[in-house]
Design a protein around this ligand. Structure first.
Ligand code: SAM
Length: 289
């Protein structure tokens, strides 16, 4: 039975091991069983699943995952947490802890070795300082992933889920939505963590598409165009592209493509959908031929 997940048991473990929280590792441990139950349910974990947990901390969520999943691989950077994890996870024989920086681990190899290359589930209360590199790394490296259910800063969750024309819509929304369908599962207040973070948090589930919603022949070019469009939010797409050091696309080509798409010459990136960015990219490529 999971024994962590409430404030007193967490304090007892911290004291037993004289553990000192490391701010630089984004350590805010979950102390609310309702939130933990919600995360496990949202991820839809069964005994057939292999779960990758990023940053197990003292093993609170790991205990819940070990009970729900077939296998859990937990990657933790802080070596001071390893003896604690050996203690709190001693009851479970389906958990493997790796003491590494998750950004340096070959996750494709892990999925291949321990799950026969079948899609894994990723569950984490993420260290907020590296939320975007972790999530985009998982998508871009092509690790076989079924869904990613993670606690992130509330504002970041909102940006991932935002659609065109809203204030939160931007390059992150498009990057995430190219690969996955986002769904905010719950908002989580600071008092559910020890120590309390300064920001609100949210659990978001990103269900990876097996078939991408848009097809582009040059992903790199599309994301360059998207980055340029949101680097200068207040500018028209035409000017943003013109000012981008990453792109060399003529103003006339942009104007011609926008016209072909039935969009105003003054359109801004923040009004364009993923489908429109994909179509724009294809037509721009045709101009260059
Ligand atoms: N899962 C625990 C919980 O919910 O109570 C801890 C979550 S805490 C927000 C983030 C965890 O990620 C910490 O244990 C921290 O040491 C670990 N961490 C930070 N950077 C990491 C990295 N680059 N690779 C692996 N783990 C990391």
């Amino acid at each position: 039975m999971a024994s962590l997940g409430n404030p007193q048991n967490t304090i007892d473990i911290i004291k037993k091991y004289d553990f000192v929280f490391q701010k630089r590792f984004g350590q805010n441990f979950l102390i609310d069983t309702h939130v933990l139950d919600k995360i496990i349910r949202a991820a839809g974990i069964t005994k057939d699943d292999m779960v990758l947990e990023i940053g197990p901390g003292i093993g609170t969520m790991t205990q819940y995952l070990a009970e729900a999943a077939g296998k859990v691989i937990a990657v933790e950077i802080d070596r001071n947490l390893i003896p604690i994890l050996e203690d709190t996870l001693s009851e479970y024989d389906n958990v493997m802890v790796i003491n590494e920086d998750v950004l340096k681990v070959d996750l494709n190899e892990l999925a291949g070795q321990y799950n026969g290359g079948r899609p894994i589930k990723v569950v984490a209360n993420l260290p907020y300082y590296i939320t975007t590199p972790i999530i985009m790394g998982l998508f871009e490296s092509g690790v076989p992933v079924d869904n990613i259910t993670v606690m992130v800063q509330k504002e970041v969750a909102e940006r991932m889920q935002a659609g065109p024309g809203t204030k939160d819509y931007g390059a992150l929304s498009l990057a995430v939505q190219y690969y996955a369908k986002p769904y905010i599962v719950a908002n989580v207040p600071p008092n559910c963590f020890m120590p309390r973070p300064n920001v609100g948090s949210a659990v978001i589930r990103l269900t990876r598409y097996t078939d991408y919603p848009v097809k582009v022949s040059d992903e790199r070019l599309m994301f360059r165009i998207i980055r340029a469009a949101f680097n200068q939010r207040r500018k028209t797409l035409q000017n943003s592209i013109n000012n981008s050091p990453e792109l060399s696309i003529g103003k006339d080509d942009v104007a011609a493509v926008l016209k072909k798409m039935g969009l105003a010459a003054s359109v801004r990136g923040e009004a364009m959908s993923l489908e429109q960015f994909a179509q724009f990219t294809e037509l721009i490529k045709e101009c260059g031929r």
